[in-house]
Design a protein around this ligand. Sequence first.
Ligand code: FAD
Length: 467
Amino acid sequence: MTCALVWFRQDLRLADNPAWWEACDRCQQVIPVFIDDPTPTSLSQLGAASRVWLQHSLASLEQTLQVRGSRLILRQGSALAVLQTLIRETGATHLFWNRCYDPASLERDKAIKAALKEDLSVQSFNAALLREPWQVLKNDGQPYKVYTPFWKALLKLGITQELLPEPNTIPKPSQWPYSLVLNDLQLLPKIRWDQGMMQTWQVGELAALNKLMNFLETTVTDYKTARDQPAVLGTSRLSPHLHFGEISPRQVAFLAQQYLAEHPESSMGVQHFVQELAWREFAWYLLYHFPQTLSEPLDQRFKKFQWEQGYEVQLQCWQQGQTGIPIVDAGMRELWQTGWMHNRVRMIVASLLTKNLLIPWQVGEAWFRDTLVDADLANNILGWQWVAGCGADAAPYFRIFNPILQGEKFDPQGDYVRKWVPELAGRAAKELHHPRVLGDGWKYPWPITDLALSRQRALERYAQLKA
Ligand SMILES: Cc1cc2nc3c(=O)[nH]c(=O)nc-3n(C[C@H](O)[C@H](O)[C@H](O)COP(=O)(O)OP(=O)(O)OC[C@H]3O[C@@H](n4cnc5c(N)ncnc54)[C@H](O)[C@@H]3O)c2cc1C
C-alpha cells in the first residue's frame, strides 16, 4: 500500500500543483499536510497582514479539500520532526512538496531530504516560478543582474507551458492522523483590526482564478496605460494570491496567452502584463543567486552609504500617512486600510523614505513586510533596492521621484488622494498635490521635508558614494 504525504507551503491550490498531482496519480492514499514551522523561512516570517491572509487561505484550502472528501492535516513544530512523526503514524511511503526558493527554506528542505530519503521516496517540484532560477543563465554560466536580458533569456526558454489540471480523484487514507484546528495556529491578531482590511479581498484558489479571468476580460487590454493610474482598477491585484500560491505564474501566463489568442486587440496589454509577471520571476531569481541581498544591498558600495540617524518621528509620520505630501499619505493609508498599495505609489513612498528622508531601505522594507497582504521576500527586497538605487537593475541614483509631479501625472483628477485622504476631498485638482498650499489653514500637516532641499541633499550624498 503506497501512502503519500503532500506538504503544502506556498502552493495553496489543487490545480497546476505538481506535488499534489503526482501524489494523487501515484499513490493509493494521500494525506495533505500544512506545518506551522518556526524555522525563519519566507512563510514563517510573515508580517501581521500576511498572517491574516494565510488564515483565510488555509481555511479555503481546507474547505476545498473537504468538499472533495479529503482533509488538511495541520501541525506545528520543526518541519523535520513533524514529518518524522507523521511518517511513523501513517506508514507514509512517499513525501512530495513544491519548492520554495528563499535561502532558509532551501537549506531546511535540503536537510529534510537528506534525513528522510533512506526511509521513503522524497520528491520536490517547481510550482512557484515559470522557470527554475538555475535554468536562466548567461552564456558564461553567470546569473543575469539586469532585467531586460533576463527577460529575453526567459522568453527563449518559453513563457507558456502546459498546465496540470486538478486530479479527478483524491485517494484517501483508511485512517486520518490527528490534526490541530486552524485557530490553534493563532494567525489572527488578538485585537481584531483585520476585519476591515479583509473586506477588500476574496481569498483562495477559486477567488484567484475568478480575479484573473475578470481582469483579462475587463482590464488587460488597457493595462499598459491603466497600470500606472492608482485611482483606477488597472492592474490584476493578484499579488497576494501569487505569493501564497493560490494561483501559479504558469496559470497566469497561460491563461493570459489564451485570452490573447482569442482577443488579438489585447496584444499590447497582455504582453506588458506578462512582462510585469516576469519581474516577480526576476526577483526570486536574484534572491536565489544572491542570497546576501536578504539584508544587504546587491551593490556593495551601498554598505558604506551614510543614512540619517534619529529618524523616528519622520518614520512615524510616513507610516501613518501624515507626511503632508498628499500622494504619499494616500498610499500609506491605502496600505494601512487594505494591506495593499498600488505599484506606482509604492515607488513614490519608497523614494520619499530612502531619498528625501535618507532612511535606510531596510526600515521601509520591514514596514511593508508587516503591513502588506502580498508581502513577498523577493519582490519586496527587489522593489526597495531598486528605488534606493542599490539593487540589480536599479533606478539611477539621480532619479528621485518628485511626489508632486508624480501625483499630477498619475492622479491628475486627484481621485486617488481624495479617496484615501478625506480631509483633502474638497480641494480642486490643480492644488491637490501641492503640499505647501494645502498645509495652510487646513487640518492637514505641513510637509515633513522640503522636497527641493532634501532632493539636493540626497544627490550630494549619493554623489559622494559614487566618487
Ligand atoms: C518598494 C516596493 C515594494 C514592493 N513589495 C512587493 C511585495 O512585497 N510583494 C509583491 O508581490 N510585490 C511587491 N512589489 C511589486 C509591485 O508593486 C506589486 O507586485 C504589484 O503592485 C502588485 O499588484 P498587482 O498584482 O495588481 O500587479 P500587476 O500589475 O497586475 O502584475 C501582476 C503580477 O506581476 C508581479 N509584479 C508586477 N510588478 C512587479 C514588480 N515591480 N516587481 C515584482 N513583481 C511584480 C506581481 O506578482 C503581480 O501580482 C513592490 C514594489 C515596490 C516598488
